[in-house]
Write a protein that binds this ligand. Sequence first.
Ligand SMILES: Cc1ncc(C[n+]2csc(CCOP(=O)(O)OP(=O)(O)O)c2C)c(N)n1
Length: 393
Amino acid sequence: MSSELYNDGPVVHKPTFIDGSSVEIPELKILKQNGSVYEGSDMPEMDEALAVKVYKTLAFHRVLDERMVASQRQGRLSFYMAALGEEAASVGGAAGLKSQDMIMSQYREQGALMFRGFSLENFMNQMFSNEKDLGKGRQMPIHYGSSELNYMTISSPLGTQIPQATGYAYGQKLQGLDEVTLCYFGEGAASEGDFHAGLNMAAVQEAPVIFFCRNNGYAISTPSDEQFRGNGIASRGVGYGIKTLRVDGNDILAVIKATQTARTYALKENAPVLIEAMSYRLGAHSTSDDPSGYRTREEEEKWQANDPILRMKNWMLLQGWWDEEQEKSLFETLREKVLAAVKVSEKIDKPHIDTLITDVYDVPSRQLTAQLEQVKAHINKYPEAYPFTAGKF
Ligand SMILES: Cc1ncc(C[n+]2csc(CCOP(=O)(O)OP(=O)(O)O)c2C)c(N)n1
């Protein structure tokens, strides 16, 4: 292929810069904050049962976040990351997929896992690193994963899941499966080299992967105007030859519609899609952060008025699919359940010490086995210094 391919623009005879202002990126919006729908909107495929499931997932997300931030403040939990104000992006993304699709995420997309049915106990056991944790207590809280639910285990290094998602989707295509991979990341992570590798590879290898960027305005304390100077993340998709959609990330109907459309396109054309969901990180970056040091109350208040959960609730009320009575009882029940689950999970034993060396390799090496014996001898010598493990082996 030659460069003639893309010389379909006008010819000029003086040096002429092109810049972002020559590309306008529309933002898909379907639902207004008062619950009414913009005239002429294409609605997502969603019946009452799905809508109720989506709404209950959003509510669970809000309650879990509130309770776990509080638990961390009480010192019961080492760390937590809430997704306050951004719940529609992850829940809506998962609701636009089929259950066989793979999801690879960053760390603020627990809503997708909730939508897929990861149990309250599974969330708790991971956060409390106890012996029932599917990840055997090895990772920090919120690094969930579930092979049963096609949700790849989260890892901390930013952006690494992006080229991996491309590879996974390429494998799905080669096997002729009716599946796509959806890969979540933040606008900060999109500055990593892995973002560029992953998108270019997906375009060239024609992989059915949906790149789903949550643009919430901040990467910890870094505002997005210190992160990049282009027109968000969406403008980059065009440069890689990837079909791109920008969507209001606080509009659950728009997010579901965008994801459903992206899935259909990715499967039919064997090609990637980039979705940029515009939102705002209303809470702190994590329980180790305090945003009052780098942004204003006024800015936060403006976004509080855009609450995605309230927006969906208003729509559900107008549809006649929800009422205030159900609302009250749902939130009360959820709060009780989450609190009860904390009390159970925090008391469950830590994983057995032998699991320290399993899964490093397929079979523990001789060196690892010898090191474990040394650790055990040490603990036996100073049992009072190891309250969780002493006396267990
Ligand atoms: C490779 C790498 N660099 C730095 C970090 C530290 N870090 C953790 S989260 C974060 C900010 C990410 O921001 P963004 O991708 O916008 O997601 P958000 O937290 O806003 O949801 C950084 C810099 C990391 N985990 N990995």
